[in-house]
Design a protein around this ligand. Sequence first.
Ligand SMILES: C[S@@+](CC[C@H](N)C(=O)[O-])C[C@H]1O[C@@H](n2cnc3c(N)ncnc32)[C@H](O)[C@@H]1O
Length: 422
Amino acid sequence: MNSLQLFLPCAAGVEDFLADEVHHLTGLTGQDLMTGRGGVVVNASWRDAMRLNLHSRLAQRVLVQLSHTPYRGEADLYEAASNVAWEIWFTTKQTFKIEITAQHSPLKSLNFAALKIKDAVADRFRAKRGERPSVETQWPDARIYAHLTRDHLTLYIDTSGEPLFKRGWRTDKGDAPLKETLAAAMIAASGWDATVPLYDPCCGSGTIPIEAAQIACGIAAGSQRRFGFEKLLPYQAHVWQGLKDEARAMEHAPTAPVFGSDVAHRMVDFAQRNAERAGVARALQLRGGDALQRMPPSEVPGIMLLNPPYGERIAAAGVAGHGRDNFVPGLLAAARTGQPREHREQVQTDDGGDFFLQLSAHWKKNFAGWSAWMLTPDLKLPSRMRLKESRRVPMWNGPIECRLFRFDLVAGSARRDGGEKP
Ligand SMILES: C[S@@+](CC[C@H](N)C(=O)[O-])C[C@H]1O[C@@H](n2cnc3c(N)ncnc32)[C@H](O)[C@@H]1O
């Protein structure tokens, strides 16, 4: 299987970073590596498909494209799915599931469309093998992805199984954890190359610093999990073992220090346990403490990377972790209370102060020479912090449109007109 067409979906805004990552992992370029909307199309081998599953930090899945045909109605979907050699990929003893997505499809019911494709797969097996595989919606052995545009159906077999953001180490998580793939996208967008310190002062369950520490140690993103391809027919255990051994041999001592802290000690405990499972407990220093008080964790300046609390009342200096048992993520809380948007975006400390203004004052005073990258849905964050961003990268946190802002902290000089005195 030397020439498969793979599609690696990713979050909107991450496509170019994913293309760079795929190039770095496979060496592919030009026609063999093309950036599309919401993902990257790659012409590669089966071995590459396994390697990409193991190493990619940014892809949501690795799909093998099996057909791309025009359609007008459900009968065309049945026909297209009947023509795919599913028996190359799985057997009648295994279970399967159809996942369907659509963009501007004129069809009335996606459920009915999925049913037609399922029937076509089952009927083909019955014709070729005398029996049909069963459908299993929760833990199928094989997942078939069908994507409908206005006039085309594309069919894929999935090689990942559980989505790739599930790295297998984050068993403990807080209320508003980032997906690991988004944390990795933030790291990629920041250009952090594991040569300078990285610090997340609102680290929650540790997603950003753990991803960073794995990068600093050369640990493959998928080294702690299993993949869908292990159940597909082209799978060869010895080839996969070879790829895992190769990845293990590339692991090394951290090339840069990574730090995380959070005001909630419960979160720091979660992050610590996650770091242990991710194999980076020694490469990462985690502490409790208020971001408004914590001093730089290293003398050498580096980058701060965080998704700060949003739209919630947060603990102020000196009352770390206080009253957090009933914590509700800000957006959810705001949606429930129906507050107007402007009001929701305020993040106040318990003493009624503006958290972000206090944070920028603390950074300007103590973090000169550092860059801070902050992911937020609050497009007014720079003016709220009275800082001028030097970069803004659009990113989506699930359905929420965000920006990753970069602030270069040079004592007193990064302020806007009218900003507070340094
Ligand atoms: C949006 S969450 C970050 C989630 C994290 N990236 C993860 O993946 O788990 C914001 C975090 O900021 C922490 N936080 C709130 N106020 C803080 C403060 N004053 N100092 C430090 N951390 C704070 C919260 O405890 C929460 O864990």
